[in-house]
Design a protein around this ligand. Structure first.
Ligand code: PHB
Length: 404
């Protein structure tokens, strides 16, 4: 078959990946009058069916509301004043509102995506879901290119002044950066999370993170009739090999060791979530930048993945506006430096929560008792609790505001 020439077009900003980070960026750019095209290999329905974390920092909530992307988050998102830590046979409440005057909201990533996808559709944004064969061209070109086949089978080549990789932890954009132009930092963990959705009433009003001799568990919520819970498992675990009874027995053993009895119900979804800490530096190469999971991954303890991606986007929208205005890609260096400052703080927090709460496969009794001592030091000290509360509800983003 003869090669058919692609349909060619040019946009100021092309975004690979139309999940929450990619959509939020194009939404903010559109509000500043900057046109963009976003493409995603997944269909809209596929993204809607992906279950991810459910907790929003206060600045993530503010961003959704102030940008006009969602007022539903204030109606449907439950405000949480804090969390509980379960360890050593009991449960201990941390009241973030009292400690730092901030709260979080339980509002699943799926809903953030729905609100943003609706907002983009309402505003006539150019978002193409369900495309195939995405290729990113030479990233050092003056106008980087994205090629893809749209849902109707038409091949396109979109050139742009700035290319944004918002294409998740397996990012094609990240892989297109030459090895001698970047550094990668990786930490693997010898465990994973077994995540379930269960048709049951809530077992607690807010999130409970449990440490136990049998490993970690997290009791989270979704709706009054649907609950989200996780327990520590082996990364190679087959979720379908677990009956409902076996899952409940494990969860009850972990939570029960801290006096927390769970309300059970039919399990409607089960998945194993991998654990990894990863950063690629810098987040800029030429006219290309990485945002969210494309540039960095955190383990899910502490629910930072989406919040960190949205924090990247806040900074990137500002620096991209400057780059477009001045026709100067060097503003993207400032994005990389500013974003990485927060990335490494959040890497530390996610790593700290993970190692404080999980049982290593070869943990000794000393290790277990030391972790209990660490948890007691956190909940027993206003300074310790306040630090956790600040990190959990989210450090403020430093916005430079105005032209520079
Ligand atoms: C969730 O509700 O899915 C969730 C909440 C907090 C976490 C991780 C996941 O730390």
């Amino acid at each position: 078959m003869p090669e058919v020439a692609p349909v060619r077009s040019h946009v100021p900003v092309a975004v690979v990946g139309a999940g929450p980070a990619g959509l939020m960026l194009t939404h903010l750019l559109a509000r500043s009058g900057i046109a963009s095209t976003a493409v995603d290999l997944r269909t809209r329905a596929e993204i809607e069916q992906t279950h991810r974390a459910g907790i929003l920092e206060s600045d993530s909530v503010r961003m959704l509301v102030d940008s006009g992307a969602s007022d539903r988050v204030l109606r449907d998102g439950d405000e949480h004043r804090g969390i509980e830590l379960g360890f050593g046979g009991g449960r201990h409440h941390l009241d973030f509102a009292d400690l730092v005057g901030a709260t979080t909201r339980l509002y699943p990533q799926t809903d953030v995506f729905l609100d943003l996808a609706d907002a983009r559709e309402r505003d006539g944004g150019d978002v193409r879901f369900g495309v195939a064969d995405v290729e990113v061209g030479d990233l050092s070109a003056r106008t980087p290119a994205v090629r893809f086949t749209d849902a109707d089978g038409v091949r396109h080549e979109v050139t742009c002044d700035y290319l944004v990789g918002a294409d998740g932890s397996r990012s094609a954009c990240r892989r297109a950066v030459p090895a001698d132009a970047r550094r990668q930092y990786v930490r693997e963990y010898p465990f994973a999370w077994f995540g379930i959705l269960a048709e049951a009433p809530p077992s607690a009003p807010e999130l409970v993170y449990h440490h136990s001799p049998d490993g970690f568990a997290l009791v989270s919520q979704r709706t009054p009739t649907l609950q989200r819970m996780y327990f520590q498992c082996d990364a190679a675990e087959d979720p379908d090999a677990w009956s409902d009874d076996r899952v409940w027995a494990r969860l009850q053993a972990i939570c029960g060791s801290n006096g927390h009895e769970l309300l059970e119900g039919p399990i409607t979804s089960r998945t194993v979530l991998p654990f990894r800490s990863f950063v690629q530096e810098p987040l800029r190469h030429g006219r290309t930048v990485l945002v969210g999971d494309a540039g960095h991954t955190v383990p899910p303890t502490g629910a930072k993945g989406l919040n960190l991606a949205l924090a990247d986007v806040r900074v990137l929208a500002e620096e991209l506006e400057r780059a477009v205005r001045d026709d100067d890609p060097d503003h993207l260096d400032t994005y990389s430096v500013r974003a990485l400052e927060r990335v490494w703080k959040v890497q530390h927090f996610s790593y700290w929560m993970t190692t404080m709460l999980h049982a290593l496969p070869d943990a000794s009794d000393f290790d277990l008792r030391r972790q209990q001592g660490e948890l007691a030091a956190v909940v027993g000290s206003r300074a310790g609790s306040t630090w956790l509360a600040e990190a959990y509800t989210g450090w403020p983003t430093t916005t430079t505001g105005g032209p520079r």
